[in-house]
Design a binder for this molecule. Structure first.
Ligand SMILES: NC(=O)c1ccc[n+]([C@@H]2O[C@H](COP(=O)([O-])OP(=O)(O)OC[C@H]3O[C@@H](n4cnc5c(N)ncnc54)[C@H](OP(=O)(O)O)[C@@H]3O)[C@@H](O)[C@H]2O)c1
Length: 284
């Protein structure tokens, strides 16, 4: 039986540490760290995620503001919202909740966020810095996964890490982080041939696909570390990409879903907001 990689407990530990640090910095600077979240439209899943983020910010003593805009807002109007936040000295972190409506070029809006307030690490400056191993704001989900690997002392150097998924949000930055940790990295995607042949070579298998329970025991080598990023809703029920019951008998470590990667994504969002704050108040 695999050891469960408990993201909820680790996220709570990080939040407790952040709460103490934030209190110290508020006393020092008399300025609260402030995360602004921009929500476009009324997608119920996005509304839930935004509420989680707001609640977590409050738990650690950060201010959180949600700016709601209608689904028919145009690109220029949305960029103006972002620019106002860029110019507001009381705002340290800006998050554009994705997805946004299709009539808006999300890349353009993301890149209008001041990279020093880009808590998601999606703006070009941060993507470039990450790829050059420079100090960057790193996307929260891959960052959270590295925190889990560290917490459980999982060896990455020389290990073969196979990532399923090549998105800007998870797959690609995950690959960069694992390269930084001296893993040998392979990325699979929807056009990959004979995917099981590749995933069966993985010492660390990271599934970021968005296909409920696609990864079963036939994808997994005995003793592999398995990280499930996926969240899919099917008939009102949430599923990971990994069929936990089938895979846990083969894996050495496995994240549950829920309770694995999700809480760590939020903990790392708070860490990134504090990082932006410290940069903007001149702490480092
Ligand atoms: N827990 C969290 O905090 C958290 C955070 C972020 C995302 N997520 C979840 O993680 C999942 C992935 O998110 P994302 O934003 O990276 O999604 P995405 O942008 O849709 O990317 C999915 C990736 O999976 C690949 N893929 C799709 N079907 C495949 C198949 N049959 N075989 C192999 N690869 C396949 C796609 O390949 P192509 O590139 O060829 O299309 C793509 O690269 C989603 O379920 C999302 O909800 C969870």
């Amino acid at each position: 039986m695999a050891i469960i990689l408990d993201g909820t407990t680790l996220a709570n530990k990080i939040k407790s540490r952040l709460k103490i640090e934030i209190e110290k910095y508020i006393n020092k600077y008399q300025i609260e760290p402030h995360l602004a979240v921009v929500l476009v439209g009324a997608d119920p899943a996005s509304e839930t995620y935004v509420r989680f983020k707001e609640k977590a910010s409050m738990q650690v003593g950060m201010k959180s503001t949600i700016i709601k805009k209608p689904a028919d807002i145009n690109e220029q109007e949305l960029i103006e919202v972002i620019e106002e936040l860029n110019n507001d000295p009381s705002v340290h972190g800006i998050l554009l909740q994705l997805p946004i409506p299709k009539h808006i070029n999300s890349e353009k809006v993301i890149n209008s966020i001041n990279y020093r307030k880009d808590v998601d690490g999606f703006a070009n400056e941060n993507v470039a810095k990450l790829s050059k191993n420079q100090d960057a704001l790193v996307p929260c989900t891959p960052l959270g996964i590295t925190r889990i690997l560290d917490e459980y002392n999982i060896k990455t150097e020389g290990e073969h890490c196979v990532i399923i998924g090549r998105s800007q949000i998870v797959g690609k930055p995950m690959a960069q982080l694992m390269l930084q940790r001296n893993s040998t990295v392979t990325i699979c995607h929807s056009r990959t041939m004979n995917i099981r042949e590749i995933t069966n070579q993985a010492d660390i298998l990271i599934a970021a696909i968005g296909k409920a329970h696609m990864v079963d025991e036939s994808f997994v080598k005995d003793g592999a570390v398995v990280i499930d990023v996926g969240v899919s809703r099917v008939d009102g029920k949430l599923y990971g990409d990994v069929n936990f019951e089938k895979v846990e008998t083969k894996a050495s470590y496995i994240t549950p879903m829920p309770g694995g990667v999700g809480p760590m994504t939020i903990a790392c969002l708070l860490e990134n907001t504090l990082k932006c704050y410290l940069d903007l108040v001149g702490e480092k």
